[in-house]
Design a protein around this ligand. Structure first.
Ligand code: UGA
Length: 443
């Protein structure tokens, strides 16, 4: 099928590439000329495992095109996806300016019936706004072209996005017109093998499904972080508690890992946006507000542990920080817990030697040159001349360090483990003090 995708960010690029990979003819449009030129040369703007070879192969095979020519791209697609960003507004609601700008462009250029599909994470009711924008543009030029607006939210995890896209656990289609449903079902047929993954519903339910999924996952994390804080107070070990509850299938093993708080471009933004939508409809979403506020304090928790250890004075101390990205397998630092920690350490007069396997460039871009930050080339290099180690992101390569070596490197012989990667006994056996999250027994 002929598909057009507006936006070559992480969602648009991964979706477009996967659709091309199963044989569809995909044109990706972006207003960023440099990005489009780069993509046409095979330069992938994001780090996402497995994506680069797929983009190159499908581009070479002539199934995946990148352009800034919106009119040409609109003429190409029977299905036109909107996958542009929805950054948070000042009040936490999703800013729709990019989505609606695309809708206007579509309205200005369509000449034949199309199905417009919203893939961006947008508040309930956005499809109606997209519909109205397109209709207004058509009316302005006196054109009458039938079109539908459907909602088809994405459930991609950064770092595993290609896999999520190629092997989805569900495909949510929200559409009023049965013809639109049929077309989207045909589009996704190659991903819908062996058992039914497609869930068809009305547009508003599809829009809400996306927020509900992310809000539920964020709730699980904040819940565990809260229990971890209680564990710390009462002298229990959250890792034992986690193992004690995860085997109940009603609870499950996923997303019950306490840590330094959730970050990224989705959870923080989506929880706030859903709370805001609720508020706009006269409902105060107390649980969502609590999920957000627990996460906000959790991002400061590592620093609290550090302060506790040092009796409130970390001036001129040097901290080795392992991990800057908001989670492993990405270079994304949006809303990353590391950013809060670094800001707090710097405010308190401490210095940082940081290492992240992928996010150094991004860190350089965010923080620029500063005396109190050294970005290192390896985990070991970060330890050199440091007083303490703080683990912020659970990259695999941080899982089993040589603790004796770590002990030799660190002047103050202490590890703050923001992701509970280590067993306290193992760390303490190397004569290192250990602080984890929710590990009351070691505090
Ligand atoms: C999230 C969802 O998991 C995807 O399903 C969704 O499609 C995506 O948002 C989106 O809306 O686009 P993502 O933000 O890539 O994906 O990252 P996650 O793997 O969900 O992790 C989010 C944060 O939660 C990370 O900072 C991670 O460290 C933290 N986390 C995760 C925990 O602290 N504990 C856990 O048990 C799990």
């Amino acid at each position: 099928m002929r598909v057009t995708i507006f936006g070559t960010g992480y969602v648009g690029l991964v979706t477009g590439t996967c659709l091309a990979d199963v044989g569809h003819d995909v044109v990706c449009v972006d207003i960023d000329q440099a990005k489009v030129e780069g993509l046409n040369r095979g330069a992938i703007p994001i780090y996402e495992p497995g994506l680069e070879p797929m983009v190159k192969a499908n581009h070479a095979a002539g199934r995946l095109h990148f352009t800034t020519d919106a009119a040409g791209a609109i003429a190409h697609g029977d299905l036109i996806f909107i996958a542009v960003g929805t950054p948070p507004d000042e009040d936490g609601s999703a800013d729709l300016k990019y989505v609606l700008a695309v809708a206007q462009t579509i309205g200005r250029h369509i000449e034949r019936p199309v199905i417009v599909v919203n893939k961006s994470t947008v508040p309930v009711g956005t499809a109606d706004k997209v519909q109205a924008s397109i209709a207004a543009e058509l009316a302005a030029r006196g054109a009458q072209v039938p079109f539908d607006v459907a909602s088809n939210p994405e459930f991609l995890k950064e770092g595993d996005a290609v896999n999520d896209c190629m092997r989805p656990d569900r495909i949510v289609i929200g559409a009023a017109n049965p013809l639109a449903v049929e077309k989207l079902k045909r589009l996704y047929a190659p991903f819908n093998r062996n058992h039914e993954r497609i869930v068809v519903m009305d547009v508003r339910s599809a829009e809400l499904t996306k927020y509900a999924a992310n809000a539920m996952l964020a709730t699980k994390i904040s819940f565990m972080n809260e229990i971890a804080n209680i564990a710390e107070k009462v002298g229990a070990d959250i890792e034992m508690v986690r193992q004690g509850i995860g085997s109940d299938p009603r609870i499950g093993w996923h997303f019950i890992y306490p840590g330094a708080g959730y970050g990224g471009s989705c959870f923080p933004k989506d929880v706030q946006a859903l709370a805001r939508t609720a508020q706009q409809h006269g409902y105060g979403a107390r649980l969502l507000d609590a999920v957000e506020s627990v996460n906000d304090s959790q991002k400061g928790h590592l620093f609290e542990l550090i302060q506790r250890h040092y009796g409130g004075d970390v001036r001129d101390k040097t901290f080795a920080v392992w991990g800057l990205a908001f989670k492993p397998n990405t270079d994304d630092m949006r809303e990353a817990s590391s950013r809060r920690l670094l800001a707090q350490l710097w405010d308190a007069g401490a210095k940082v030697r940081a290492y992240d396997p992928e996010a150094s460039e991004e860190a350089q871009r965010i923080f620029g040159e500063r005396e109190d930050l050294v970005l290192c080339d390896s985990a070991r290099a970060a330890l050199a001349d440091a007083d303490a180690l703080v683990v912020v992101t659970e990259w695999k390569q941080f899982r089993s360090p040589d603790f004796v070596r770590v002990r030799q490197a660190l002047a103050d012989a202490v590890i703050f483990d923001g992701r509970n990667l280590y067993h306290p006994d193992e760390v303490e056996a190397a004569d290192l003090a250990y602080y984890g999250i929710g590990r009351g027994r070691s505090i």
